[in-house]
Design a protein around this ligand. Structure first.
Ligand code: GLC
Length: 703
């Protein structure tokens, strides 16, 4: 290959540059590319082209023009399903079910592969703590272990044991690294976290993806140590390649090479290309500085051509692992596409996943589950809305089941009022109109389901918010229903934890319904009427107020923790408790579980510890309980969190059934980053097991 051909292989542009018939062209800002027409046949990959026939046609045309007939790589954002959409990743995190996660990702792979997609820009494994950031919806949440396990399951679901299989796709972990730490929860903003915080909290998900065999990693828009990730040798040479041994492809995010100029790292495109090549970037997405300046950089000796050869080797190796040199169309098959997309089995899985991600937050007087055939009022912007798929559902049509249909499926007689749909803030709309007068028509309904929330387009990328409350007229609606003496079941549709405290007094029950995908309504209906006993637990803390943010469970203790009642000279607020409204791991069920008999036994050398706890279903309803194991390292050479999730196990319990759940606590689980290496230090450890991060039995052990 000539140098120009190699540089072309390292460049990814959207399908419109290839004259595609079907594509989603812009998931970022389109810049001036300075692209010459003779460069197009050299380009190595594209993003977000869809449709088997379209992709087959594009590939044929490309390979005819490519000097060595090297096939193009078709990548896309398949984030939580292609045509059959399952719940957003933040909701999937609440299931705590890695088997469900793997099954759902495998479903997405079957549909994506049939449409011609060969690699997905997923899983996103950024740790998130700030609900003002719209992209929390794409993450499994605030805990490193939960993110790691859900990420590994997602990679396995996409890739299987052989990613060249016609129903599998390669995966790309993102956004490496630390993107979730954006200051102020404002997208693309500065990230300034210590190396210890990066290592202790933010890197677990990416490392889990690498260990699971993810084929590619994507750079993040943010800086780390004041250097944009796309130019960070620390992230891409030191940690990713040298420490973790990653030999996959490193792709930049959209225009991220170019953005090293406004970041203030590079004076211009040539310097940006140099930084990216030296950091170990293999593919430049949606900018062309490597293509335009690579030859000059090599000829002048500023960049060793060896770096280019290594990058191209990794790209061609990926194409080879995908089997593209034998079959450049891979799984693209128009007939298969029709057969699998939104097939009954996939829609059934989407419905099962939807129900498993619903978190029951409040159930005063056990108003839930509802009686089948009940006469219900239904109000609010999501009453009969198809805008329930969630962000990044870029190729799916509206969901198949609105909440109204989900209630009717269970025989409910439903009367609706004030059901005007929300429109996106991005389009200048910040509320629904005040139609509370319409609520009088629900006078004869004892129970009203209130379908409230935020618009899905106001979540995801470039969708940061400073106010997390429901819009004014939605709050007014809930208050009026309460004042009318109605029993109110609030169903909250959102891509992030919203500020629900102001409306809690008006609601007898609150159900967090996230954005649950193609079968959202059916899944919610299954929970509201008791066909499914809610078992989801929060993957991210809900703040009492946005003023608390960031608020997360695995925080440090500080030198002045609040012990008992808050008072002067301790770390607290004058106007709000420190605790979140709902903590990580929290969630109610229709059953009750009692924990007892926590036992912590050392082996002769001390570690590993054998831990067990009894869990009993004391109710008359069978249910699934996620038993969570936390630890606290009381004193160490770096301060440690007040608790850290170290394992979780799901058990199904019949009414009255008791089971003993066992865990093994290893040295590795008790180790931490001491600013030089991961180490274990002897001392006291608190071992905790329970229903949620703030409902545990505990015992202290000296190791
Ligand atoms: C976007 C997102 C990234 C996505 C990529 C391609 O800017 O940051 O998550 O995969 O561009 O669409």
């Amino acid at each position: 290959m000539s140098l120009e051909e190699k540089l072309g292989e390292m460049t990814q542009l959207s399908p419109n540059f290839f004259g595609a018939a079907e594509s989603v062209d812009l998931t970022g800002p389109m810049q001036q590319m300075n692209l010459k027409s003779e460069d197009v046949p050299l380009l190595g990959s594209t993003l977000n082209a869809f449709g088997a026939e379209n992709i087959i046609e594009m590939q044929k045309r490309h390979m005819e023009r490519q000097p060595h007939h090297i096939p193009m790589l078709f990548m896309a954002d398949v984030i939580h399903g292609l045509k059959t959409v399952y719940p957003i990743p933040l909701a999937m995190g609440c299931s705590f079910d890695t088997g469900l996660m793997e099954e759902s990702a495998a479903m997405a792979a079957r549909e994506a592969a049939a449409t011609g997609v060969q690699l997905t820009f997923s899983p996103m494994c950024d740790l998130v703590r700030d609900p003002r950031w719209g992209r929390v919806m794409e993450s499994p949440g605030e805990d490193p272990l939960l993110i790691a396990r859900m990420t590994a399951a997602t990679v396995k679901g996409y890739q299987g044991d052989d990613m060249s299989a016609p129903d599998r796709i390669a995966s790309c972990f993102k956004h490496f690294g630390g993107y979730g730490g954006s200051e102020g929860g404002r997208d693309y903003n500065t990230v300034d976290i210590s190396d210890g915080m990066l290592r202790e909290f933010y890197l677990d998900g990416y490392k889990a993806a690498v260990d699971a065999g993810a084929a590619m990693g994507m750079t993040s828009f943010n800086t780390i140590d004041r250097i944009p990730a796309t130019g960070s040798k620390k992230l891409y040479r030191k940690i990713l390649r040298d420490e973790w041994g990653f030999d996959g492809v490193a792709i930049t995010d959209f225009d991220a090479v170019n953005e090293m100029i406004p970041h203030g790292l590079a004076a211009g495109g040539k310097e940006a290309a140099k930084y990216a090549l030296e950091a170990g970037v293999d593919i430049e997405m949606m900018s062309t500085h490597i293509l335009n300046y690579g030859k000059e950089l090599v000829r002048s000796g500023e960049v060793d051509e060896k770096l280019i050869d290594e990058a191209v080797w990794r790209i061609l190796s990926l194409k080879n692992r995908l089997g593209l040199f034998e079959n450049p169309f891979k799984g693209a098959d128009a007939g298969k596409e029709k057969e699998v997309c939104q097939c009954d089995a996939h829609m059934a899985l989407a419905r099962k996943a939807a129900a498993r991600c619903v978190v029951l937050l409040k159930n005063e007087g056990k108003i839930l589950p509802l009686q089948k055939g009940a006469k219900l009022g239904l109000a609010g912007p999501f009453a009969d809305s198809l805008s329930v798929l969630g962000g990044w559902s870029i190729t799916a049509t509206g969901g198949n089941s609105t909440l109204l249909r989900g209630l009717q499926m269970h025989g409910a007689e439903v009367k609706t009022a004030m059901a005007e749909e929300l429109k996106p803030m991005q389009m200048g709309f910040f509320d629904v109109s005040d139609q509370t007068a319409e609520l009088d028509s629900l006078a004869d309904c004892e129970i009203v389901v209130a379908a409230v929330g935020e618009h899905p387009d106001d979540t995801g990328e470039s969708a940061s918010r400073t106010i997390l409350r429901l819009s004014h007229n939605q709050e007014k609606m809930l208050e009026k229903l309460h004042d009318m003496g109605k029993k109110v079941v609030a169903v909250v549709f959102s891509g992030r934890p919203l500020e629900l405290k102001p409306v809690l007094p008006f609601c007898d029950a609150v159900v967090q319904a996230w954005f649950l995908g193609s079968e959202a309504g059916a899944g919610i209906g299954d929970v509201l009427f008791g066909d499914v006993n809610p078992s989801a637990r929060l993957s991210m803390s809900f703040p009492q107020t946005v003023g608390q943010v960031p608020v997360y469970y695995n925080h440090m203790n500080t030198g002045r923790p609040v012990v008992g009642k808050p008072h002067r000279f301790v770390s607290c607020y004058l106007d709000c408790p420190n605790e979140p409204l709902y903590p990580f791991g929290y969630g109610l069920s229709y059953s009750e579980y009692a924990y007892s008999n926590l036992r912590v036994e050392k082996t002769e050398g001390g570690l590993p510890l054998q831990v067990s706890v009894d869990v009993e279903n004391t109710s008359k309803v069978a249910g699934r309980e996620t038993v969570q194991l936390y630890i606290r390292d009381v004193a160490a050479s770096c301060v440690r969190p007040v608790k850290e999730l170290k394992d979780f196990v799901q058990v199904d319990l019949a009414p009255g059934e008791k089971k003993t759940v066992s865990f093994t606590v290893t040295t590795e689980m008790l180790s931490f980053w001491n600013n030089e290496a991961f180490v274990f230090e002897h001392g006291d450890f608190v071992i905790m097991a329970g229903h949620s991060s703030d409902e545990v039995l505990s015992e202290t052990v000296t190791l």
